[in-house]
Design a protein around this ligand. Structure first.
Ligand code: GUN
Ligand code: ZN
Length: 453
C-alpha cells in the first residue's frame, strides 16, 4: 500500500511544547510551508521552495494556500457502538445507559452490523480531522475485530478494546470474569503487532464489573504492560453512590481501580469530575490520565471538569480531551474544544486556543504515550495531518476580515466557530482520506454486506 511521494503545501502549525508552560515559544509556524510525505511518514518539512526542490520527480502536489496544516486530531475517549445513541433525549448517565446505550450495543452482536458501524465511524472521524482515537467497542470480541480490521485496512492508528461487564447490564451484554479475561487476552494476541493498532483493556466502569472481574482486568494489565487500560471515573453523583454501595469496602471510587492495579501511566479515565482530594492524589501519583469530555458532561448534566485543580496539583494529573460520543454530542474535536472553553469559563478558568490545539494534537499524543510518532508535524513522524480552513463558512470568513494577521485570534475563531466544514482535508499515513469518502452515507443493507437489523 506504499504510496508515491506527496508534497502538501500550506501554513504548517505544530507544537514543540505545551503553550501553558512554554508560552509563545511552544508554537512552530511555517507560513509558506510544505510537508514531504514518503511511505506514510513525514520525510521533511520546511519552506515550500526548499521542500518542492528536494521532492522526488512525480511526487503528488496538494496546495492548500493559506490554510493551516496541523497534526491529525486525537480523541482520547469515544464509543464506536454509540453512533446511533448520540442525541438521545432527556436522561442522565445511569438511565441513559439502560434506556439507550445498552439497547443499541446489543445490535453489535451481529458482526456484519459491527462492520457497517465501524466503517461509518472511521469515515466520520476522518471527516472531522481525527486520525487517532481510544475507542470502546462492545462486549462482543467481533466488535473489536470489525473496528481493528477496518482501521488496519485504512492504515489508521487506533486504540480499542472489548468492553468487560459482568453485572448490572442486560444478560446479552454480560461476560464473566473468566470470559472477559480470555476474550480480551485472545484479542491482544490476535492483533498484536498488526497495523498501527493498540489494545485497551476496557472494564466499562466499576458499576458493571464485580470485584472478580476488576481483579482479572488488573491481571491482564500486569501481563500486558504494552496495553492501555480505559474506563470511566466519577462522572455522575448517582454513579459514585452506586460504586460505594457495590464496593462497601471502599472509601472512594478511585480506590476501587487502585486496588485492582488499574491505575497507571497507560490508564485513561473518562470524566473525573467529582473527585475527592485523595482521589486527585491517586491519579497524580499513578500517572493516570483524566479525559475531559465537555459535550458529554454538559449533555448528560454530569458536571464541570476542573482542569486547573488537576493541572495545579503537585504532582499534576495528566489530562486529555475527548468527545465521548455518544454521550458526547459531536465527533468534532474543534467543537469539543469550543465546549471545553465554555465549561472552563463557568469555573473561572481560561483556555487559549493555542493550548486547546496543543491538547488536540501533541497533548493527547502525550496522554496516550504516542508523542514519539504522532501529534507533531515533524520529520520522522507518521503522516497523519489535518488541513484547517479559517474561512470555511460565510460567518467565519466575515469574522476573519477583522483579523490582522494575529495567529492567536485566528486559532480562537477556528476553535470557537469551526467544525467539520473547517476541515479541508485529512491525511492518514500520508493519504488524503476526507476527500476520498463517498459523500452519500451508506445505508444498512445497501452494500449487500448487511442484512439490516
Ligand atoms: N459510564 C459507563 N459507560 C459509559 C458510557 O458509555 N458513556 C458515558 N458517558 N459514561 C459511561
Ligand atoms: Zn465514555
Amino acid at each position: 500500500m506504499t504510496e508515491a511521494a506527496r508534497v502538501i503545501l500550506g501554513r504548517i502549525l505544530s507544537f514543540a511544547e505545551e503553550p501553558r508552560l512554554a508560552g509563545a515559544g511552544a508554537l512552530r509556524l511555517i507560513e509558506n510551508g510544505a510537508v514531504l510525505v514518503e511511505g506514510g511518514v513525514i520525510a521533511a518539512i520546511g519552506e515550500a521552495g526548499d521542500i518542492v526542490a528536494q521532492a522526488p520527480a512525480g511526487a503528488a502536489l496538494d496546495d492548500f494556500g493559506d490554510k493551516l496544516i496541523l497534526p491529525g486530531f486525537i480523541d482520547a475517549h469515544i464509543h464506536y457502538p454509540q453512533t446511533r445513541v448520540i442525541a438521545s433525549y432527556g436522561t442522565q448517565l445511569l438511565e441513559w445507559l439502560q434506556k439507550y446505550t445498552f439497547v443499541e450495543e446489543q445490535k453489535l452482536r451481529d458482526p456484519r452490523h459491527a462492520e457497517f458501524v465501524a466503517r461509518f465511524f472511521l469515515d466520520e472521524l476522518f471527516r472531522q480531522g481525527t486520525t487517532t482515537a481510544a475507542v470502546y467497542c462492545t462486549v462482543h470480541p467481533a466488535s473489536v475485530d470489525a473496528l481493528f480490521a477496518e482501521a488496519e485496512a485504512r492504515g489508521a492508528r487506533m486504540i480499542a478494546g472489548k468492553v468487560m461487564m459482568d453485572r448490572n447490564a442486560p444478560e446479552t451484554l454480560r461476560d464473566t470474569p473468566q470470559r472477559g479475561y480470555d476474550e480480551s487476552k485472545a484479542l491482544i494476541q490476535r492483533w498484536r503487532g498488526r497495523g498501527r493498532l493498540g489494545y485497551a483493556i476496557t472494564p466499562r466502569f466499576a458499576p458493571t464489573s464485580t470485584d472478580a472481574q476488576l481483579e482479572a482486568a488488573g491481571a491482564l494489565a500486569r501481563e500486558h504492560p504494552e496495553a492501555y487500560v480505559q474506563t470511566h471515573l466519577c462522572e455522575n453523583h448517582a454513579e459514585i453512590a452506586l460504586v460505594k454501595e457495590l464496593f462497601p469496602w471502599t472509601k472512594t471510587y478511585t480506590e476501587v481501580y487502585q486496588r485492582y492495579g488499574l491505575l497507571g501511566p497507560r490508564t485513561v479515565l473518562g470524566h473525573c469530575i467529582h473527585l475527592e482530594e485523595s482521589e486527585v492524589a491517586m491519579l497524580a501519583e499513578s500517572g493516570s490520565v483524566a479525559a475531559f469530555c465537555p459535550t458529554s458532561n454538559l449533555f448528560l448534566g454530569s458536571g464541570l471538569f476542573d482542569m486547573r485543580r488537576l493541572q495545579e496539583h503537585a504532582p499534576p494529573v495528566r489530562v486529555a480531551l475527548a468527545t465521548d460520543v455518544g454521550g458526547g454530542t459531536s465527533y468534532s474535536l474543534l467543537e469539543t474544544a469550543n465546549e471545553a472553553y465554555k465549561v472552563l469559563q463557568m469555573n473561572g478558568q481560561s483556555w487559549p486556543a493555542a493550548q486547546a490545539l496543543y491538547q488536540l494534537t501533541l497533548g493527547n499524543a502525550r496522554a496516550l504515550g504516542l508523542e514519539d510518532r504522532i501529534g507533531a508535524v515533524s520529520a520522522g513522524f507518521e503522516a497523519d495531518l489535518v488541513v484547517l480552513d479559517s474561512r470555511a463558512t460565510p460567518a467565519m470568513a466575515h469574522r476573519m476580515e477583522a483579523v490582522d494577521g494575529d495567529l492567536a485570534e485566528e486559532l480562537f475563531i477556528l476553535m470557537t466557530m469551526g467544525d467539520d466544514r473547517a476541515v479541508a482535508e485529512t491525511y492518514v499515513a500520508g493519504r488524503p482520506v476526507k476527500s476520498a469518502i463517498d459523500p452519500r452515507p451508506a445505508k444498512q443493507g445497501e452494500s449487500g454486506r448487511h442484512n439490516g437489523l
